[in-house]
Design a protein around this ligand. Structure first.
Ligand SMILES: [Zn+2]
Length: 540
């Protein structure tokens, strides 16, 4: 267990360690606990107001909470003037994608996030097949000693890709049986629900019946079907209806991933979404959603192109772009999508695979095309060709007013939808969406402190206990005796994101201490030498 003397800290930024003191007990008697956090304002994660309480941690668990605890800690942290909250749970994260390259998940930890839920958008690293079981994946996560804990859904796109490949065709009854068995195994191993990514290949090729069949194993465990819906703009309402139909048919809860309305003509539809979901809830479907606090989304540039043109995957897509008999139709549909979000200057290139196009990263596509001196559609196609389809983009398609309305809704939980990156090391590449480093501090700083959209206690609840309940992480998301000791200490008066669309590689400010499974992972900008995150299995 952590202590000042036994746990080493990377001394990368001078003497900042002093401002939150790490004081080994001076008393001759043995310490009662591994760690005691004193004098902070404690928010327990349930939405209750903060109270001045001390918190003691032993053996990776919360041992005691109370006013002015007499017990001593081997290590003590003075949190006077600071908020003490359950470590944040990111219920929709792509941070699992880079853990083998950099298990620190620095941009995740520095937001105060102690658990990420991966395997989202239909894509998971394990599939529940015999050669890629979740048990092996979870063992691999444990071996990595990642910064945060890692839970994972089973991605229905990955399952389909394993059994059927990337072709646009219905599954046969036998394939449905095989895929359902994989999901069943994944959930038995501890996956925390099913996920789909219905704008992506091959998840998009699943019919309603297939989605229902594959999410039915959720029902007895009460785990959610989480969906990146088939559409988030002109057909947003149809997509909501389909998502509800899956949950209704499968008999499981629904978690709509990163709820949003893209394109000005669709902003007002959010009220209809709220209404449809509350009606469904009244009729017994346990439906809810998550959300991230930015006006731009992030995806692959291929996503601007119709899903039928991506049948078979990237290679087949690139061939179709050269096929004179269908290329004009592909272009027409792509241009309609770009127009919907306000033109090529609302598309920003976030990553390319082709080295010769690195200068495009971080640039708006319209501006890049003007600089190159070609038509922006041709520019986009050329970038895709040279990177073999692997081009990332940000789409500036949402507005602040709708963002705030979604945040204020009681059914909203906070997610980043972001990747994990660092200012140093192998994950510093491209120009990623700032949500990967800014989401949770942005909610607490901008939307809570400055805009006062919701209270601090309510925001913390949306980042902790509500998320834990949706994916069945039974001993996480609250500060209470016997709960796992995932804790964040931050300054509510100062916490803020600093990562921007122009300059994403910046960590937030105002997060003082992050504790994962009882071990201090971050203290005043100093990282522990190794992470203490583990794989988390959903409890059924
Ligand atoms: Zn998504």
């Amino acid at each position: 267990m952590p202590s000042c003397d036994r746990r080493s800290f990377l001394a990368t930024s001078g003497t900042a360690l002093l401002s939150v003191a790490c004081v080994p007990s001076m008393l001759p008697r043995r310490a009662d606990h591994d760690l005691v956090i004193r004098n902070g304002t404690l928010f327990d994660g349930t939405g209750a107001d903060g109270r001045e309480l001390d918190l003691a941690i032993s053996g990776g668990r919360i041992a005691e909470i109370g006013p002015r605890l007499a017990a001593r800690g081997r290590e003590e942290i003075d949190a006077r003037g600071l908020a003490v909250a359950p470590g944040f749970i990111d219920i929709h994260s792509h941070g699992d994608g880079s853990l083998t390259q950099d298990p620190r998940a620095e941009s995740v930890i520095r937001q105060g996030v102690t658990t990420i839920v991966g395997g989202v958008d239909g894509s998971s690293r394990a599939t529940g097949s015999l050669d890629k079981p979740f048990s092996a994946y979870f063992a691999e996560v444990d071996r990595l000693h990642p910064g945060p804990n890692v839970a994972s859904m089973v991605g229905l796109g990955s399952v389909r890709g394993t059994v059927i490949g990337e072709a646009d065709r219905p599954a046969t009854p036998d394939e449905i049986r095989q895929m359902t068995a994989m999901v069943e195994r994944a959930l038995s191993d501890g996956a925390c629900g099913t996920s789909s990514g219905l704008e992506y290949v091959p998840s998009a090729f699943a019919s309603l019946d297939e989605l229902i069949a594959l999410s039915r194993p959720n029902a007895s465990r009460h785990l959610p079907y989480a969906t990146h819906m088939r559409n988030e703009d002109d057909r947003l309402l149809e997509a909501i209806d389909e998502s509800l139909a899956v949950a209704r048919g499968a008999g499981c809860p629904l978690q709509v991933s990163h709820l949003k309305a893209q394109g000005p003509r669709n902003f007002s539809k959010i009220d209809v979404v709220f209404k449809r979901i509350s009606d469904a809830r009244a009729a017994g479907v346990e439906a809810a959603w998550d959300w991230y606090p930015y006006v731009a989304y992030s995806t692959g540039l291929t996503n601007l192109f119709p899903v039928w043109s991506r049948d078979g995957g990237n290679a087949a897509f690139l061939v179709r772009l050269d096929d004179a008999s269908i290329a004009p139709r592909i272009k027409q549909e792509a241009l309609a999508k770009v127009e919907l979000i306000g033109g090529w200057d609302n598309v920003q290139i976030s990553s390319v695979r082709a080295v010769e196009d690195r200068d495009a990263e971080g640039k708006r596509l319209g501006a890049h095309a003007r600089a190159v001196g070609i038509d922006p559609y041709d520019d986009a196609v050329n970038l895709l060709r040279r990177s073999k389809g692997s081009v990332g983009m940000l789409g500036f398609a949402m507005n602040e007013e709708t963002l705030e309305r979604i945040l204020a809704h009681p059914l909203t939980t906070i997610c980043s939808d972001g990747s994990a990156f660092a200012v140093d090391g192998p994950t510093r590449r491209g120009s990623p969406h700032p949500r990967g480093a800014g989401t949770f501090p942005r909610v607490l700083g901008h939307y809570v402190r400055e805009r006062k959209v919701i209270s601090l206690a309510e925001a913390i609840k949306k980042m902790t206990s509500t998320s834990a309940a949706r994916v069945h992480l039974a001993d996480r998301g609250r500060l209470a005796p016997r709960f796992a000791a995932d804790v964040v200490v931050f300054d509510p008066a100062r916490i803020a994101d600093t990562s921007t669309f122009e300059s994403p590689f910046q960590y937030p400010v105002g997060v003082s201490v992050v504790i994962v499974n009882g071990a201090v992972t971050l203290r005043d900008g100093q990282r522990s030498a190794t992470g203490s995150g583990i794989a988390l299995r959903a409890t059924s």
